[in-house]
Write a protein that binds this ligand. Structure first.
Ligand SMILES: [Zn+2]
Length: 719
């Protein structure tokens, strides 16, 4: 690949204050304290392919502001991510540690441990004001990267919109919104400050705002890139307008790239070829001349480089190295770079994928190893693994992995959270809970071997959604006849059968999947769910084994399902215990509060024990407090009040339920009853008349219909 850089005019960098010439890293021994330390701005552009920048050879004209910035910066033409997803890559950048050290290997199953000294903590310790402004869910403070930031702004679109449950908040916000918050933080801020801005726009789903949406209708990814570039331009303009250009160190880097269909990968997070691993990396140190640097560098090098440029001693144990010599025009030898892509391993039980880049050699280790010569084959089309180099490269990688690993890194793993799984799925990630970890893998378990089949399984679901269900089913059958270990193919085929109302067929497919992949928790879980939906409650209870999968211990959803099956099977005490277990695991699970309230209300109807009704009311109230958009829970709360002879609160909650979800037909019946009890005859008649017009009414047994007719008898005749 030919990299073209515009040669900047001398005028572009004349007049920049040489603030850094007094830093200890420079030859000049003057104390660093004499000059105020520069500000530090890191802009991470999520999912940005290097080859979309003009500064990296693109002719698409998407990035005038990044290119203008590149013209006065050091442009690293061989910068690589060491991970292929957002959280691990940002941990690499902000901790200066590789994944084997910090232990964060995907976006779901890990948190950043507190014992590491983040760049924010380090700079805060040297008097920096620290602020972070986040654009995407994988970086919310919950995952631990907020350490050291006095402001960590990860607030996304408010949840309180009608009909939208509280925990399905937007997983991202646009660059413009991120920047407007950051700009407020910057207003009147005394130097030195450290500001990290994260733009998530280029990440799926590709949906740029206008005018980019129209202009890039054919390639919406490019539209997102152009939009992010425009906002980046606003950031630079603000720095310049504040007169801070000469005193602000700026790093602009992508966390990983995007494959856009190359090497069978549509987005990122599976394989580790260069479209996903090669990142744009621009560093501007005030006072240093722009240049192009072709050495291999990685995310780990940013932290020590910033420390070096500021004249600060880096914390112990950082794993990268300062690039300041390269920024000053000197050379450094290449160092091997470790990388990994382990999300498929942690989410789906596929073979682990690790590798290294050493000079121009790239080694991708898996049960199907690959070797490329990046010097002449940067596009990785000519696999040289047959040349005999694999054993030595494998030994080198294993040694590297051991040298990078910290003993405490295993502590970064924790149980995947229900809400996080839902959110990541909404952002297009495969977010699963694989079964017991396998240790033996065959070549057909390699990510590169499984990905094309996984893609076809996803394609089939899209066909089904587009109304081409027979084609979708045929495609999935084809995938499954070629490969027995594609979990998504079983899950998607079962989903189609479920949509068609063919629950026994769905259960049978999942059963076949489990026989081929007994370690796959998603198949096990979905099968129990479908058995429940099919009304096979005893089968759910017979097949549920709390010891079979460790995931059961931290999955509230399966306990919710089992609890309902126990209830339906008449085992109320066991049901209450299972639902309590679900709530122990996840105390913010509105659905389970609603279910437990329903069980308790059923108990009240049977036993007439007033305590049971009060407990049901408490559960329903908890459900609506957790999720103010939960119409069905307001409905249940209204019914529970009515059964306690409290028609006033019953009406309030039933009205609310109907406002949130007009499809809750039966609310009209209960509203009619409540209004009758309050003497509101006209309102009662109105609701009962509406109820008589619903489909739910149509399906009532004759005796129940008669009860409604009797209530309606006293109403004025319909017009
Ligand atoms: Zn990312």
């Amino acid at each position: 690949m030919i990299v073209r850089i515009r040669v900047p005019s001398v005028g572009a960098f004349i007049g920049l204050a040489l603030v850094l010439s007094a830093s200890p890293a420079a030859a000049d021994p003057a104390p660093a304290a004499a000059a105020p330390r520069p500000n530090v701005l890191i802009v991470t552009l999520d999912t940005l392919r290097a080859d979309r920048l003009g500064a990296y050879g693109s002719k698409r004209g998407l990035t005038p502001h990044l290119d203008g910035f590149a013209a006065r910066s050091a442009v690293f033409t061989r910068a690589f991510a060491q991970a292929t997803t957002t959280l691990p890559s940002h941990a690499d950048i902000l901790l200066g540690l590789a994944p084997p050290a910090h232990g964060v290997h995907d976006n779901l199953h890990f948190v950043v441990r507190p014992e590491f000294v983040t760049l924010a903590e380090h700079l805060a310790g040297h008097g920096y004001a620290t602020g972070a402004f986040i654009g995407g869910f994988p970086l919310v403070s919950y995952f631990g990267l907020d350490q050291g930031f006095s402001t960590y702004d990860d607030a996304f679109a408010p949840a309180a919109s009608p009909g939208r449950p509280a925990d399905v908040q937007s997983g991202e916000r646009r660059a413009g919104e991120v920047w407007s918050s950051a700009k407020e933080w910057l207003a009147g801020r005394a130097s030195p400050w450290f500001l990290w801005i994260h733009f998530y726009d280029a990440h799926e789903p590709y949906d740029p705002p206008e005018p980019y949406k129209t202009r890039f209708r054919a390639v919406p990814y490019d539209g997102e890139v152009a939009y992010a570039d425009a906002v980046f331009g606003e950031v630079l303009r603000e720095i310049a307008d504040r007169g801070l250009e000469g005193s602000t160190l700026v790093v602009c880097v992508a966390d990983h790239g995007e494959s856009l269909g190359e090497h069978d990968e549509t987005s990122h997070g599976f394989v580790a070829y260069n479209p996903a691993l090669w990142v744009p990396c621009l560093i501007h140190v005030p006072g240093l001349a722009p240049r192009v640097v072709a050495r291999n560098v990685s995310h780990l090098d940013l932290y020590p480089t910033i420390c070096d440029a500021l004249g600060l001693e880096p914390p112990a144990r950082l794993q990268g190295r300062s690039l300041l010599p390269l920024l000053r025009g000197r050379d450094l030898p290449d160092r091997p770079i470790y990388f990994e892509s382990l999300a498929p391993y942690y989410n789906m039980g596929w073979a682990p994928l690790r590798g290294l880049i050493d000079g121009s050699t790239k080694f991708i280790d898996s049960p199907r190893p690959e070797v490329y010569d990046l010097g002449r084959d940067f596009g990785e089309t000519d696999d040289r693994s047959g040349d005999g180099a694999v054993p030595a490269l494998r030994a080198k990688l294993a040694k590297m992995d051991r040298a990078l690993a910290f003993p405490e890194s295993a502590g970064a793993e924790r149980a995947a959270d229900r809400a996080a799984i839902e959110k990541l799925k909404s952002l297009g990630y495969v977010a699963g809970r694989p079964g017991p970890r396998r240790t033996e893998f065959r070549p057909e378990d390699a990510v590169a071997a499984l990905l094309p089949f996984h893609n076809r399984a996803a394609e089939a679901l899209a066909l089904h959604k587009a109304g081409k269900t027979p084609e979708a089913i045929a495609l999935l059958r084809e995938v499954l006849s070629a490969r027995k270990n594609v979990g998504a193919a079983y899950l998607n085929l079962a989903a189609i059968f479920r949509d068609q109302g063919r629950l026994p067929a769905a259960v049978a497919v999942l059963q076949t999947g489990l026989e081929a992949m007994p370690e796959n928790y998603d198949l096990y879980f979905q099968r129990l769910n479908d058995l429940f939906e099919a009304g096979e409650f005893e089968a759910v209870l017979r097949d549920f084994d709390p010891q079979a999968f460790p995931q059961t211990g931290f999955d509230p959803v399966i306990w919710n399902c089992v609890g309902l099956a126990q209830w339906k099977a008449g085992r109320t005490d066991e049901a209450l215990a299972s639902l309590a277990r679900a709530l122990e695991i996840d105390g913010a699970f509105a659905l389970t509060y609603h279910n437990r309230g329903t069980v308790r209300l059923g108990l009240f109807q049977r036993t007439r024990q007033p305590d049971e009704r009060s407990l049901a009311v408490a559960d329903f109230r908890r459900a609506v407090a957790l999720d103010p958009g939960y119409g069905a829970a307001y409905f249940s709360l209204g019914v529970a009040y009515l059964q306690g002879n409290e028609p006033g609160p019953a009406v309030d909650n039933l009205d609310r339920a109907l406002a949130l979800d007009p499809a809750l037909d039966e609310a009209h019946f209960f509203l009619g009853s409540a209004h009758l009890r309050m003497g509101h005859r006209a309102l009662a008649c109105e609701h009962l008349t509406k109820y008589r017009a619903t489909r739910t009414y149509e399906r009532l047994p004759p005796a129940a219909k008669k009860a409604v007719e009797d209530l309606l008898a006293g109403c004025p005749p319909r017009k």
